[in-house]
Design a binder for this molecule. Sequence first.
Ligand code: SAM
Length: 190
Amino acid sequence: MEITKEEYSARLDRFELQKRTVKRLWNVGEQTVKLLQLLVKIKQPHNILEIGASNGYSIFHLYSASEAFQAEIETIESDVERYNLACENLKGLERLTIHFGKAEYVVPTLKNSYDFVFLDANKSDYKNYLALLKTKLKKGALLVADNILSHEKTVAEYLNELSKDQSFTSITIPIEAGLEITLYEPKVES
Ligand SMILES: C[S@@+](CC[C@H](N)C(=O)[O-])C[C@H]1O[C@@H](n2cnc3c(N)ncnc32)[C@H](O)[C@@H]1O
């Protein structure tokens, strides 16, 4: 079932209100939303995973961007208050599952594999998330990581890991907090 225009704008109003009134949501900015939506529309993934839901703002935008091709969407949040907000804000969205817990424990339990992943949780753990995700990425998957410029030192190990592995082709996009966009193309042994 599609989101009606009225429902869409009511949910957006709610997110805007929370941005002004709730502390420590750390929602992505407008340019980041635009780029994420554009990538999703071009890629048309079947399975989207986000690590770091906060109150559900960015995943809501990925949900709406994937309406036409009905992607299955999952997100993970470890903070109980933000998880509860996300559950409330995303209530009734049929293609979406919100997992509660630390990604380190949740990711190994996930049954799907993914062709679009958005990393936006603990910046010092990006390298660990990558290791956990590797068996769950589909060939041709896009991996997008936020805060690459705002947390340059913290994410250095993640970028180093990507550069060492020939399966990954990666570029930093200098908008807002900085996004790393990475294509996963595992090499076939010859
Ligand atoms: C930058 S915020 C996410 C913002 C969200 N993507 C948005 O734009 O609306 C990061 C979130 O990751 C969550 N987080 C931190 N470490 C985590 C972990 N190990 N597993 C799951 N979530 C985590 C935090 O509680 C926080 O809500």
